[in-house]
Design a protein around this ligand. Structure first.
Ligand code: IMP
Length: 456
């Protein structure tokens, strides 16, 4: 096994996204920024992610900037594996500056190799929705078509935007105009999503599109550059640089491992860090690769049908208590009992070294916690497979756990103070999923978390 690189940690979603990764990232940022220079790297996704960050008494919703963007003095890198929407990114940068006294708290570098996601992609996704059922559940941020452009080798990169490759960008617009025309719609008149704060906008004519993008190119250019050298150098100096990797989405949304077609398009496993950084980082050497899951239940947004879906009053209670509504889409999320076969599979694919458990306080004295420990199919015990038809046929086998006191867990400050029933439960999860638990969160406040394993 390769030697782990000290002072490095990666945080990723262990299920279907929205596990509360941001708070866990905060913990590591706090710890490392006190002793080292911090480099924060995001390798996947785009404006489909969503996290709310509190700065003093202000709250802002971020999509493309990682939640660690307020790590004063850090360098924040948006990696090659992302698809980035320039206009929305500029709006996020503006909001961050606004709550930070007019200045950015960090240095932002956008990998010149990252692909653009544009209004053309959003418009295309909007029109395809009327033709193709499976597109209906997307976040509407054009993420699928943007990654489609990467796979089909026609993506516009950040470098093209910076160098203003007018011909390439024009052809991009014309291609999407033709595709959309073929579906009886008009690109120029298509309305696309903006960040929640600024509503909807028309894509506009070729000239309008080009002039808007040109202005954005000017504004974003200072942030766009080569990052491979910086990443390689910093990775080689573990005593100088702490490297924190913040992933978006979750393994259950990875196009290969999630429930197709209800998947996103980027690499949601830790391995994506290696590919996005062109090997400057070896994800297998990241010292702590923490896969975050909700402790007592799972949540899912979209049309996938989970074998352990919870319905009725219990579902409603969890949804309200844990605010299970999409950060990007505001859609109510499905909630489900913990599904060990799925989590075991996700963990095998992402190769986490540790688990982070959130929402330990979502428990009810009158309701046992159910955990699906296996699937049965035609009398046989079977595992998870990323296939909706298969998952519709399996029957979950449940084990029930005694709930613990919400008040007690919310007040706990150390492992010793965790109720015995909660300890039993998390030990069981750890053993079943196959990774030790590094951290748990025990309530909505930032200080309500306990590190079970010290990081160093
Ligand atoms: P897309 O990422 O917009 O292509 O959406 C594809 C699927 O992934 C949809 O089911 C989305 O709801 C889901 N999805 C994408 N990003 C997230 C996320 O950050 N949390 C939860 N679901 C997500």
């Amino acid at each position: 096994m390769e030697k782990p690189r000290i002072n490095s940690v990666a945080v990723g979603g262990g299920a279907y996204g929205d596990e509360g990764k941001g708070r866990i990232v905060d913990e590591y940022v706090d710890y490392f920024s006190k002793k080292l220079k911090v480099i924060l790297y995001r390798d996947n996704g785009g404006a489909n992610a969503g996290h709310t960050v509190e700065v003093g008494d202000k709250r802002i919703a971020l999509h493309q900037l990682p939640s660690g963007i307020f790590t004063k003095g850090a360098t924040v890198i948006l990696g090659k594996g992302m698809v980035i929407h320039p206009q929305d990114l500029l709006e996020e940068i503006r909001q961050v500056k606004e709550v930070n006294g007019g200045k950015l708290p960090v240095k932002i570098i956008i990998d010149e190799m990252a692909a653009l996601s544009l209004d053309t992609h959003r418009a295309f996704e909007g029109v395809v929705k009327d033709w193709q059922e499976s597109v209906k559940g997307t976040t509407g941020r054009g993420i699928g078509p943007a990654y489609g452009d990467v796979l089909t080798r026609r993506a516009i990169r950040m470098r093209d935007l910076k160098n203003w490759d007018e011909d390439k960008i024009k052809k991009h617009y014309q291609l999407y105009a033709a595709l959309i025309k073929g579906m009886d719609a008009d690109l120029a008149k298509a309305e696309v999503n903006r960040l929640a704060s600024s509503g909807k906008e028309l894509v506009g004519s070729l000239d309008q599109f080009m002039s808007k993008l040109k202005a954005q190119s000017k504004e974003l250019s200072p942030y766009i550059g080569e990052v491979f050298t910086l990443l390689s150098n910093a990775w080689a100096k573990p005593k100088q640089f702490a490297m924190i990797f913040e992933k978006a989405q979750g393994v259950g949304l990875d196009p290969r491992y999630g429930v197709y077609p209800d998947t996103s398009e980027s690499d949601c496993t830790f391995a994506g860090i290696s590919s996005s950084s062109e090997g400057a980082i070896n994800a297998d050497q990241i010292n702590y690769r923490v896969s975050v899951i909700k402790a007592t239940y799972m949540s899912s947004v979209g049309s996938r049908k989970l074998p352990t879906l919870i319905t009725g009053k219990i579902a409603e209670r969890i949804r309200e208590d844990a605010h299970e509504y999409g950060a990007t889409t505001k859609r109510p999320r499905d909630v489900a009992w913990i599904d060990i076969p799925a989590l075991k599979f996700f963990n095998k694919m992402t190769k986490a070294t540790h688990l982070g458990l959130t929402h330990m306080d979502i428990v009810y004295p009158d309701t046992p916690i159910k955990v699906c420990v296996a699937y049965k199919l035609k009398g046989k015990t079977v595992g998870y497979r990323p296939d909706q038809e298969y998952l519709l046929k399996v029957k979950p086998v449940y084990k029930e756990f005694k709930p613990w006191s919400r008040e007690k867990i919310q007040k706990a400050k150390s492992l010793k103070e965790i109720p015995a029933a909660a300890k039993k439960f998390i030990n069981f999860l750890s053993k079943q999923i196959g990774a030790p638990i590094q951290i748990i969160t025990t309530g909505p406040k930032r200080e309500q978390s306990i590190k079970l394993i010290k990081i160093n």
